[in-house]
Design a binder for this molecule. Structure first.
Ligand SMILES: Cc1cc2nc3c(=O)[nH]c(=O)nc-3n(C[C@H](O)[C@H](O)[C@H](O)COP(=O)(O)O)c2cc1C
Length: 317
């Protein structure tokens, strides 16, 4: 466990700077953060306002920016801009399952076209001087093209390859296929292979580690929001929940969200979004549903949230 590297997975709408800053203040266990994607567009000049979430800000946990798109020239342009901000790596999103993305042949929608991916990677690797990694799923509709995709991926010196072991059409339903990567471990023995999908507890992590002892990089998305102590728990093998620490983290998260929201309604909705995940920590389902998720004002929300954090029983993990 000690030698394992934990990546915080990108969750657009959750793991932007307000969350990352509060997380880094109160928790440890995460070694690297992958930021939520920046959509690529054709422009002569990339306005820094588009990069607001990742403009360098003395990150306490190293941050890797991620982009989504299907144009080599746009990736190359963005890589140059990121390099000018002293980033050493750019990550390409080949996994997003949202129909409005996939129908434009972006994210997991591009997984149907291994040859196009090959062409794009060839152009990118010829033209960038920053590390390049990618995050993918096991396919779009099904997994039938994965071995072809793997043949493409392993022709390039990827800084890392993250595989979320669901197909795009699965979205987030069902379960991640914990055994999917077994036949590919040998093929990627010279690449940093990062397993991603459904790590919600130390037990989930241990099952995966026993299954694939050769993997030492793990990406956790929802699990770290549901239980921000999870990174520490995996690294130490001990339960780490601490009410005061969670209370202080929540307070800072709420302040950070307030500062970056244009209205009370946006602020409230963003905090409710976090509680769709935090609710997995606490037992008090009725209060969470009726008083937090239905709150009409930030004030009511905060009273209910702080009461739950102080008094509620914990769910078993
Ligand atoms: C709301 C939401 C937003 C997401 N945004 C991104 C994103 O911007 N980039 C990305 O590569 N994956 C994104 N993902 C996928 C996660 O990073 C991760 O691959 C997925 O949730 C499976 O991992 P988990 O079971 O640990 O959550 C998102 C997932 C969710 C639920």
């Amino acid at each position: 466990m000690g030698g394992d590297k934990i990546y915080m997975g990108p969750l657009r709408g959750f793991t932007e700077r307000p969350f990352r800053d509060a997380y880094a203040e109160f928790f440890s266990g995460v070694d690297v953060v992958l930021a939520p994607f920046i959509p690529l567009v054709t422009v002569d000049y990339i306005n820094p306002s588009r990069l607001r979430d990742i403009l360098p800000n003395n990150e306490r946990i190293p941050l890797i920016p991620q982009v989504i798109g299907n144009s080599a020239s746009q990736i190359i342009q963005m890589a140059e801009v990121l390099k000018s901000y002293a980033y050493e790596e750019i990550n390409w999103n080949l996994g997003c399952p949202m129909p409005k993305i996939t129908k434009k042949k972006r994210g997991s929608g591009l997984l149907l076209y291994p040859e196009e991916i090959h062409t794009l990677l060839s152009q990118v690797f010829e033209n960038i001087d920053i590390r390049f990694s990618l995050k993918t799923r096991t396919g779009f509709q099904d997994t039938s093209l994965f071995s072809e995709l793997a043949d493409v991926f392993c022709q390039f010196p990827l800084a890392s390859l993250t595989v979320h072991t669901r197909t795009g059409s699965q979205m987030y339903s069902g379960t991640a296929d914990k055994e999917f990567l077994l036949p590919y471990l040998e093929k990627f023995s010279n690449t940093e292979l990062i397993y991603n999908g459904d790590i919600f507890s130390v037990e989930d992590f241990e099952t995966l580690k026993n299954l694939m002892p050769s993997i030492s990089s793990w990406m956790i998305g929802r699990g770290l929001i549901r239980n921000p102590f999870l990174g520490e728990e995996i690294k130490t093998g001990e339960k780490k929940f601490n009410r005061n620490r969670f209370f202080s983290f929540h307070k800072m998260l709420n302040e950070n969200v307030a500062k970056t929201s244009t209205s009370e309604k946006t602020h409230l909705n963003r905090m409710k979004g976090y509680w769709t995940q935090f609710r997995f920590l606490f037992n008090d389902r009725e209060t969470i549903k009726n008083r937090i998720l239905r709150a009409q004002s930030v004030k009511d929300f905060l009273v209910a949230a702080e009461e739950i954090i102080k008094n509620s029983g914990l769910q078993e993990h």
